[in-house]
Design a protein around this ligand. Structure first.
Ligand code: FE2
Length: 274
């Protein structure tokens, strides 16, 4: 059966694991060549180093020439540098509580992206980001609403986020820090909205890397947890084909949708998890 190949990862923390990332792409050379989608679930650079993404983008473009690169920000891509990432890396589709849709061989795919949420803001976040609880609640609300809508329109929906959407895929981390790594509210939203696939990162020491929540496949792709990139294959079952039938890839516009409602994320602060 035909498959959509996705190369997913997060937490490369360039330059920390850059060489390992390059080796991983080389190891998966065939899958990278076949991939239509590359997903970065945040923390691709270390401590806000915008320029450190350059070699990551370059090697990814070389190894995965047919893939769109879709990314969300992690806590290391500081909030006050988001615009700089967007400006300097137009080759990357940055999703920030927004989504894109596209069609590949008749399969209609929506990718919704967000930094995500955690149950308890870290002490640093509480001090530096006013109203952070509200920001997390708003991210969850918007994901639930948009994913539901995209599902109802017949898309295969992939939700990408940095923070874990459940405690199931951070097992292996110290339980005392689980509230700072994952969001039970997000888990409830996923249970309700039922995206087909959730890709997240952030939990470097997780031992359990996959789980199912009410039929949704949740995958922790954190590079340090796996020592590798994650290759995901979406079978293009007949049911998922668009009415128009299978054909060559044709983009449906693929513009990120601007946030329509809610308070904008606070600027001037970094979203460090501490
Ligand atoms: Fe992180």
């Amino acid at each position: 059966m035909e498959q959509l190949v996705i190369v997913a990862t997060s937490d490369v923390h360039s330059p920390r694991y850059l060489m390992h990332y390059m080796s991983a792409l080389a190891r998966h050379s065939d899958d990278c060549t076949a991939a239509r989608l590359v997903v970065w679930a945040g923390d691709m650079v270390e401590r806000g180093r915008v320029s450190a993404l350059r070699p990551v983008v370059e090697v990814t473009r070389r190894r995965c020439p047919s893939a769109r690169i879709v990314a969300v920000f992690g806590n290391e891509e500081y909030m006050d540098r988001e615009n700089e990432f967007v400006r300097r890396y137009p080759q990357v589709v940055w999703l920030n509580d927004t989504y894109i849709t596209f069609e590949t061989r008749g399969l209609r795919i929506a990718v919704y992206g967000t930094r995500g949420a955690i149950d308890k803001p870290t002490p640093w976040q509480r001090r530096h980001i006013p109203g952070i609880e509200r920001v997390y609640a708003e991210r969850v609300r918007r994901l639930r609403e948009e994913v539901k809508r995209l599902k109802s329109q017949g898309y295969y929906v992939i939700a990408v986020m940095h923070y874990a959407p459940t405690r199931l895929t951070i097992e292996g981390e110290d339980p005392s820090i689980w509230p700072y790594m994952a969001s039970l509210a997000m888990e409830a939203a996923i249970r309700d909205a039922k995206p087909d696939l959730v890709i997240h990162g952030h939990a470097h020491h997780a031992k359990r890397l996959e789980a199912w929540i009410n039929g949704t496949h949740v995958v922790n792709v954190a590079f340090p947890a796996r020592g590798d990139v994650t290759i995901l294959r979406v079978p293009m079952s007949r049911a998922a084909y668009a009415e128009a039938g299978a054909g060559d890839e044709s983009s449906t516009g693929g513009e990120a949708q601007p946030a329509a409602t809610g308070s904008p994320p606070p600027s001037g602060g970094s979203d460090k998890s501490g």
